[in-house]
Design a protein around this ligand. Structure first.
Ligand code: 3PG
Ligand code: MG
Length: 395
């Protein structure tokens, strides 16, 4: 890796500005999924162990440069303290007086959490003055927020240029997992890409066909590809206007020796609701008044065979509407196979994206993948082959 890590830094007695992503879901004042907080613990532990004083920079929601009380990080301060297992103090602003006082009063073994960086316009604008105000607070900058690294913001990009900087443990783990999956993978490599729309994942598909041996396409996206090949998908979600684009991707895949795997049978229903009356039909026999909600058993069998022969797999998206019973069957059966191969030591499996991780957790196999990313948008942009400003700035 081209960037420094915590191992390269002398942190004793230093104020360590640490960019984390604790943009966690909250309902009724409670954190409903603390994964992102759990995953920064190794970094905070290491900084404390090396005698540094961690000062956390983070965003929370999208307040657009305004002070929005519902998006105050003060609301999750106690949850952060509980998960990290250390006292966490809070400063009511991430720059200026309150931040400086917080830093000055920070004791050994304590963590300071600064208020939402996005309460300042300068954050998303990556304003130089704002970044300088952040930098003025600390001696060293650690970026542990891979999942926000696709944003060129003051706290992810600007400040990295002003202080000695390095990657935190989670950032390191995310980058090595992604490198193992896409930059230097053991072949054959399978990518599973699902989701509603091809239009949101064009760059992704274009990049993947050049890099992987099998591209399994699921969800609404598969319908667009099927329709482009002349298959009648009835009333299914489908971007008919992207038929040419889909055919181009198929052609590119052909040229690159990548096999695009589309469903051969599908689960159809006529209502978009849980337990809607449904049946399995060959993909060429979707009735005009029906919708495709999942891949059928023959499709899953074929995908499972491919997974059985693969060495590396990267997953971003489900095969169907897994949130609605029983239309998660295809997705869950595929995840089961990925988990089985991974546990047997035959497969390196990496997954990322909000929906994807939700489907893996719902299947009960959250612990059985080689690596599950905390990132959504950043994971996607990395898979698209794009440079992430927050990562580049560490180099
Ligand atoms: C996320 O939750 O996806 C990250 O924290 C980034 O948030 P953003 O999409 O609002 O930049
Ligand atoms: Mg996002």
């Amino acid at each position: 890796m081209a960037w420094k890590t915590l191992d390269d830094m002398d942190l004793a007695g230093k104020v360590v500005l640490t960019r984390v992503d604790i943009n966690v879901p909250v309902a009724d004042g409670k954190v409903t999924d603390a994964t992102r907080i759990e995953r920064i613990k190794p970094t905070i532990d290491d900084i404390l162990e090396k005698g540094g004083k961690p000062v956390l920079l983070a965003h929370f929601g999208r307040p657009k440069g305004q002070v929005v009380p519902e998006m105050s990080l003060g609301l999750i301060k106690d949850a952060v303290s509980d998960v990290l297992g250390v006292p966490v103090k809070f400063a009511s602003d991430c720059i200026g007086g309150p931040a400086k006082e917080g830093v000055a009063e920070l004791g050994e073994g304590e963590v300071l959490l600064l208020e939402n960086t996005r309460f300042h316009e300068g954050e998303t604008k990556n304003d130089g003055q704002f970044a300088a105000s952040l930098a003025a607070l600390g001696d060293v900058y650690v970026n542990d927020a891979f999942s926000a690294a696709h944003r060129a913001h003051g706290s992810t990009e600007g400040v990295a240029k002003l202080l000695p900087s390095c990657a935190g443990r989670l950032m390191q783990a995310e980058l090595s997992a992604l490198e193992a999956a896409l930059s230097t993978p053991e072949r054959p490599v399978v990518a599973v890409v699902g989701g509603a729309k091809v239009s949101t994942k064009l760059d992704l598909l274009g990049n993947l066909v050049r890099k992987v041996d099998y591209l399994v396409i699921g969800g609404g996206m598969a319908n667009t590809f099927l329709a482009a090949e002349g298959v009648d998908v009835g009333k299914s979600l489908c971007e008919h206007d992207l038929a040419d684009t889909a055919r181009e991707i198929i052609k590119k895949a052909d040229e690159a020796g990548c096999e695009i795997v589309l469903p051969v049978d599908v689960v159809i229903a006529r209502e978009f609701k849980a337990n809607a009356e449904n049946e399995v039909v060959p993909v060429t026999e979707c009735p005009a008044d029906a919708m495709i909600f999942d891949a059928g058993p023959k499709s899953v069998e074929r995908i499972s065979e491919i997974i059985a022969g693969a060495k590396t797999l990267i997953m971003n998206g489900p095969l169907g509407v897994f949130e609605l019973e029983p239309f998660g069957k295809g997705t869950f059966a595929m995840i089961e196979k990925i988990a089985e191969q991974t546990k047997a030591g035959a497969l390196v499996s990496v997954a990322g994206g909000g929906d994807t991780v939700a489907s893996i957790n719902a299947s009960g196999h959250g612990a059985d993948f080689t690596y599950i990313s905390t990132a959504g948008g950043a994971f996607l942009e990395w898979m698209e082959g794009k440079e992430l400003p927050g990562v580049v700035a560490l180099g």
